[in-house]
Write a protein that binds this ligand. Structure first.
Ligand code: GSH
Length: 219
């Protein structure tokens, strides 16, 4: 039985945001049909800010559970806890000490380093940022050597990490090969060529409450 439209979860999103990509990937792999609302981050719709005063995307609203989830990690958990592909590891792997450490390391060291590489810094700062990014990606390189996932099978950890690393790869198309990170390149390529990524990484018009809702249906 299909869900009436008013019961569908609503995702507020922005195409290129790596955190929103995590959420859309997880909803895709979980096959959760939902309403998509593309937000113009420079001109946020007031109704979006009422729903989530924090003003960041992604935000997921589940009308049936009366839940508003405003952190991408929690949306990934929400989605993959409901349903996940058969060959995936359970979403709880992200809480295992080593995996949580990898994720936190990415957020605390790699992500700020990418910001410096992308948006400029002094030469010394940039040099340090490149070293930091390289150090982190060397860890990823050994994790994904000869496989397409960070752990023994695909998992939420891949979904949580690859969009942030992809940001560096698209900022500078030769960065990974220049730093001899061949396995990282293959891993990013695998996820970016997946059917789910190709389905979710599409242009959507900015949300306008007066127009028909955009319903995302995952088969
Ligand atoms: N911790 C948040 C971070 C989300 C985030 O920072 N999203 C950015 C876009 S990539 C945003 O909405 N920034 C607010 C703005 O640009 O005004 C999450 O993981 O969901």
């Amino acid at each position: 039985m299909t869900n009436p439209i008013e019961n569908l979860p609503i995702l507020y999103s922005f195409k290129r945001c790596p955190y929103a990509i995590r959420a859309r990937m997880a909803l895709g792999y979980a096959k959760i049909n939902h309403i998509h609302r593309e937000i113009d981050l420079k001109n946020k719709h007031p109704d979006f800010l009422i729903t989530s005063p924090k003003g960041t995307v992604p935000v997921l609203v589940d009308p049936e559970q009366q839940q508003v989830i405003d952190e991408s990690v929690d949306i990934v958990r929400y989605a993959l806890t409901k349903h996940q592909p058969k060959d995936w590891l359970p979403v709880s792997v992200v809480d295992q000490i080593q995996n949580a450490k990898l994720f936190n390391d990415m957020m605390q060291t790699f992500v700020p380093a990418v910001r410096k590489i992308k948006y400029g810094a002094t030469q010394d700062e940039e040099h340090e940022a490149v070293e930091t990014a390289r150090r982190f990606l060397n860890t990823i390189e050994s994790r994904v050597a000869g496989k397409q996932h960070l752990l023994d099978a695909p998992s939420a950890l891949d979904i949580l990490c690859f969009p942030n690393i992809r940001q560096l790869a698209i900022h500078d198309g030769s960065w990974l090969s220049h730093h001899d990170l061949k396995h990282v390149e293959n891993w990013i390529d695998f996820w970016c060529k997946s059917n789910v990524f190709e389905t979710i990484f599409v242009n959507q018009p900015t949300w306008n409450p007066e127009l028909d809702p955009i319903v995302i249906k995952h088969k």
